[in-house]
Ligand binder design. Structure first.
Ligand SMILES: NC(=O)c1ccc[n+]([C@@H]2O[C@H](COP(=O)([O-])OP(=O)(O)OC[C@H]3O[C@@H](n4cnc5c(N)ncnc54)[C@H](OP(=O)(O)O)[C@@H]3O)[C@@H](O)[C@H]2O)c1
Length: 165
């Protein structure tokens, strides 16, 4: 796939120590990391978010103040859909595009080489999971990290990291 030079295309993901991102179509840490949800909202607001159909069902509604595009081979009511990552990228109308999961969409995006930045929340826990974020190859380097201790609302320590290539 050709890289879209005009638009920044990033992955946004949160994974635990085993790179688990989901279980039973929910987050492994449930609602126990509100700081990550806030970080996600601040980062993606105003941009285009591209997600898989299962992730959309898990969220349960379009994300406000963002252009939402759902990857699926079906049609869905009330939301824009695309049948390939390439067509979703072409439909994106905002300058910043965020690929927000799940595992199948992350894998396709990494393989297609359209992503140049990964915003990763690294959760310091080992939780039951059935979906995982792929290991990155050595073309990626960590360019930033911000560590946070657990607190009353966020029950695990976590790092906001950025990887770039
Ligand atoms: N921790 C995180 O950062 C994070 C982020 C997002 C999601 N999650 C978790 O990840 C899990 C869901 O991930 P998942 O991998 O099972 O599902 P997913 O990627 O969200 O959705 C998979 C579906 O998306 C569609 N799809 C995917 N790639 C496509 C492509 N290239 N072209 C057309 N359609 C495509 C297909 O839909 P159809 O079957 O309709 O054709 C496919 O069945 C959940 O547990 C969720 O909570 C975690």
């Amino acid at each position: 796939m050709e890289r879209n030079h005009k638009k920044q295309c990033s992955i946004v993901v949160a994974y635990d120590r085993r790179r688990g991102i989901g279980i039973d179509n929910k987050l492994p840490w449930g609602r126990s990391l509100p700081a990550d949800l806030q970080h996600f909202r601040q980062l993606t607001t105003g941009g285009t978010v591209i997600m898989g159909r299962k992730t959309y069902e898990s969220i349960g509604r379009p994300l406000p103040n963002r252009q939402n595009i759902v990857l699926t081979h079906s049609k869905l009511d009330g939301i824009a859909t695309a049948s390939s990552l390439e067509s979703a990228l072409q439909m994106a109308s905002k300058d910043t595009i965020y690929i927000i999961g799940g595992a199948t969409v992350y894998a396709a995006a990494l393989k297609s080489n359209v992503v140049s930045r990964i915003y990763a929340t690294e959760v310091d826990a080992e939780l039951p999971a059935d979906t995982f974020f792929p290991e990155l190859d050595d073309t990626w380097r960590k360019t930033s990290e911000e560590s946070h201790a657990a607190d009353n609302a966020n029950i695990y320590p976590y790092i906001f990291a950025i990887y770039e290539k």
